[in-house]
Design a protein around this ligand. Structure first.
Ligand code: E4P
Length: 218
């Protein structure tokens, strides 16, 4: 499973990209609202840092306007993917953008039938949201499983991006069920990295090394 980072914070993208683990980036208007700077500049700089799909969300709601916005965003860099929220207008826009070889990430997907529609319209990616399903007391992991199963058995090339990830457990579940990608907030990357036994082990090794060095010198 490929790992994307879910943020518009360039410093965080650079930090996680430095680990050598990133295959792409997803952003959305909420994530952009948390950082300063012109959105197009941010997309451009993100594309310089990460060599992979970078989702830039379209805010238009009518399909002709979505097509115009998606086309404009895609012209920023070849790695830009137009992110469209699940709707009839988005399906129509996706068909036309895909015909022009502009990749679409259909976002705010909560059911397998929605994912199937997105795939049939030609979306390159579909993003089922795990955490937001959990937030309303439903099982986001099961929703993701449905989407993965349905698209696995269909003839579409659409890749599944497990989105709205809240914990490393969500990431592991996504990997186990065969999701193509998980888009992960920086905080969850940090949680994946750390373990108290790893920290304690490093401290012990360092202490023992230093003790041996001191003894050898003495
Ligand atoms: C997906 O691409 C979205 O940007 C994201 O995963 C939304 O997650 P949230 O539910 O944490 O806002």
């Amino acid at each position: 499973m490929k790992l994307f980072v879910d943020t518009a914070d360039l410093a965080e993208i650079e930090r996680i990209a430095g680990w050598g683990v990133l295959s792409g980036v997803t952003t959305n208007p909420t994530l952009l609202s948390k950082v300063d700077g012109d959105a197009d500049d941010i997309y451009r700089r993100v594309c310089e840092v990460v060599d992979g799909p970078v989702s830039a969300e379209v805010v238009a709601v009518e399909h002709e306007e979505m097509i115009a916005e998606g086309t404009r965003l895609a012209a920023i860099h070849p790695n830009i993917v137009g992110k469209l929220p699940m709707s009839a207008e988005s399906l129509e826009a996706t068909t036309r953008l895909a015909a022009d070889d502009i990749r679409v990430n259909m976002t705010l997907c909560f059911t397998a039938p929605q994912a199937l529609l997105a795939a049939a319209a030609g979306a390159a990616f579909v993003s089922p949201f795990v955490g937001r399903f959990d937030d309303i007391g439903q099982d986001g992991v099961e929703c993701l499983r449905d989407v993965v199963e349905v698209l696995e058995t269909s003839s579409y090339d659409t890749e599944v991006i497990a989105a709205s990830i809240r914990t490393p457990v969500h990431v592991m579940e996504a990997a186990r069920m065969g999701s193509d990608i998980a888009t992960i907030p920086p905080k969850v990357f940090d949680q994946m990295l750390r373990h108290p036994l790893t920290t304690a082990g490093i401290e012990t090794f360092t202490r023992d090394y230093e003790a041996r060095q001191a003894a050898t010198k003495g």
